[in-house]
Write a protein that binds this ligand. Sequence first.
Ligand SMILES: Cc1cc2nc3c(=O)[nH]c(=O)nc-3n(C[C@H](O)[C@H](O)[C@H](O)COP(=O)(O)O)c2cc1C
Ligand code: SF4
Length: 517
Amino acid sequence: MSTRIYIPRDSSSLSVGADAVAAAITVEATRRNAAVSIVRNGSRGLYWLEPMVEVETPRGRVAYGPVSMADVPSLFDAEFLKGGAHKLRHGKTEEIPYLQKQERLTFARVGITDPLSIEDYAAHGGWRGLRNALASDGAAIVKQVTDSGLRGRGGAAFPAGIKWKTVLDTSADQKYIVCNADEGDSGTFSDRMIMEGDPYVLIEGMAIAGVAVGATRGYIYVRSEYPHSVAALAEAIALAKAGGYLGNDLLGSGKAFELEVRKGAGAYICGEETSLLESLEGKRGMVRFKPPLPAIAGLFGKPTVINNVITLASVPIILDRGAPFYRDYGMGRSRGTLPIQLAGNIKHGGLVEKAFGLTLRELLYDYGGGSATGRPIRAVQVGGPLGAFMPESQFDTPLDYEAFAAIGAMVGHGGIVAFDDTVDMAAMARYAMEFCAIESCGKCTPCRIGSTRGVEVIDRIVAGRERERNIELLEDLCDTMINGSLCALGGMTPFPVQSAIKYFPEDFGAAAKRKAA
Ligand SMILES: Cc1cc2nc3c(=O)[nH]c(=O)nc-3n(C[C@H](O)[C@H](O)[C@H](O)COP(=O)(O)O)c2cc1C
Ligand code: SF4
């Protein structure tokens, strides 16, 4: 009998040599006459252990990592095929505290199954949500999603059920489901992990959305920097179609849902939903005026549900286990779980899916293990490049949309980037403005011109030129951008800038300190 070995195939593991490790294990097994079968799974999200190799033993899977090619002979010597002791052994995978303490609903299968095996997906609870949806009607499906409390995981946290209801209630000859897989926020990778580690959960979520609102076509807009996601989705879509889970007769129901992948051209603004729609239509990614909402007139002017990958991938479990099951997790108006991404200067970077309500401190220290450099964590930026910088005094804030909004921060897509005490917050503020200047679509003046002027003003402050006057000017400029920009790129870039000045005035010189006090 052959021993099953799991070696991840996602971008993160490939970038640190997973293919070479898989090849080395195959060669060494042949040399030693050991029968092994290798499954290329998704990453478990314990990135500091990648490539993490798991061996299936009668007592469960045993994890070893990070494994390099050079470690392979010694792993065989240590009888790792039987779960033997080795310096890279971490015990049973499920018992690694980082994983054991998580509440994985959306990521329930990631790392466990073979991402492209439809049978494996079905054996682990897949397609049950779609079957329930096909046995139900549109209004009932939308009600389940509404009752679950699911809010958009792409950034704005808008209730998914309300968006779906608008599309359901708008009559048209054609409706669309669009998945936003542009994942442009700094420190975020949960969309990529789902697309590469469990693509069927996204396909199932989109098919359910189509059945719910009466949309027969869907598009997944993936950033071009994710070639492995594009390849995994293309293969999974072909297999799902062959299996009757997509196409013109979903599971014999007579209902149709076709799905295609589209590659983005590489612009942060194409993650903004209306720019994304422009780009999907083959035009330059420019923000559209709202109204009309995409739910009324979206892709090609037709009613369109546009949701983030994680939002859509959270739907199958809601339709499978019911709205109350999902709603039971979380706090306040933030229901369910959030796949949080720990990045930046952090010892244990990776993915943590937990119910809303745990604090930043728990995430940074209990999961993250503190900074990678061992120095104190001075600041974190949550929610991407438009999120405020949060000082240590705010680390006890619970992960909750409203709690974050109350202190001027945002949860966004759940990416947390940590910085130690060597960070220069004036340079970070400058970077925020510079990023906006580079990525601005150029449609409105406060963003297009304001961000460039913002960089110049910060440079003058840091150089000590008329500090007091320039700090006032910067505040004025931020105010104009917040109130005068058409979309959140220009409208929220001031938040990291203002928070950097407010909480870290010492990095901007004496005048900033006096003003913040
Ligand atoms: C500048 C900008 C960039 C954005 N980038 C993304 C992105 O990369 N992925 C995403 O899902 N949403 C992004 N959004 C949010 C989308 O506009 C939109 O709110 C989201 O796709 C809706 O899906 P949801 O309700 O499931 O979150 C961005 C918004 C702005 C203003
Ligand atoms: S705020 Fe910036 S990105 Fe948004 S519409 Fe205006 S110019 Fe374009």
